[in-house]
Design a protein. Structure first.
Length: 255
């Protein structure tokens, strides 16, 4: 597991660098970007840019990936892929310090279905009832302007047991907003503080990434969903989204 306290703005790690070991360079983090390689400009431009955007490294910036990145980090032709991988690791590992979290895939659909189909109250208000195909569709669904790199369809595990599923979209609908498209815990784990604990941890990692709010929606008339989200600090925005079968109440929580 990566120790992100050692990751520089450009996604490198100075630990073990011969120049640092020999005392020729203090390290970008320790020197606040003012290292010999950037003596003429006063500060590493990548480091300065991350400070300006309140991001620990480029991959956590709300502008990532930006057009100037390949020029700023020209020594690594695979910099977008490298920073994307670090970003994924940072987000997924940061989602919980208590449970194992990972992206869910096609092979996980039967397990997801087994969790979801027990929550009959949810689907009473939000039809149709869950199926393998509906889960598959949710896994691939993206809002306008978003790509698969912005989507985290993840599972929370207590040992080998799947206890929660979340569909998280980064930087939507605004660059400093994250969006929960779906969240469900195992019925057997409900009313024990699990869901609230997961949301609390989510808010912490999103704050660390410079997000200023989280948005989501619940189906109007579903008392269970409304109670849960309001208990966790979400307030109605006044906006609603209409479908043929139900009305979605849009809500937000400031971070």
């Amino acid at each position: 597991m990566t120790d992100f306290s050692t990751i520089t703005a450009c996604g490198e790690c100075c630990v073990g660098c011969s120049k640092k070991i020999e005392g020729l360079c203090p390290g970008c983090i320790e020197a606040d970007g003012r290292v010999p390689e950037w003596a003429q400009s006063g500060m590493c431009k990548v480091h300065a840019c991350c400070k300006e955007h309140n991001a620990w490294f480029c991959g956590l910036c709300s502008e990532f990936p930006c057009d100037k990145l390949p020029q700023l980090i020209s020594w690594n032709p695979d910099i977008i892929q490298h920073l994307s991988a670090l970003r994924d690791e940072y987000i997924i590992n940061g989602l919980s310090g208590e449970y194992a979290v990972r992206r869910l895939a096609e092979a996980d659909i039967p397990e997801i279905l087994a969790l979801c189909e027990k929550n009959t109250i949810y689907y009473r208000y939000c039809p149709p009832f869950v199926s393998e195909q509906s889960i598959r569709d949710d896994m691939n669904a993206l809002p306008p302007g978003k790509t698969a790199a912005d989507k985290y369809y993840v599972g929370y595990y207590d040992g080998k047991r799947l206890i929660a599923v979340m569909d998280l979209i980064m930087a939507f609908p605004e660059k400093t907003t994250s969006f929960i498209g779906f969240f469900m815990t195992d019925v057997e784990a409900q009313n024990k503080g699990l869901g609230s604990f997961i949301i609390s941890e989510l808010c912490k990692v999103m704050t660390g990434m410079g997000m200023i709010e989280i948005r989501l929606g619940w189906v109007k008339g579903n008392p269970q969903a409304e109670h849960f989200w309001k208990k966790n600090g979400f307030v109605e925005t006044g906006a609603t989204n209409e479908t043929e079968e139900y009305t979605v109440v849009v809500a937000r929580r400031e971070l």
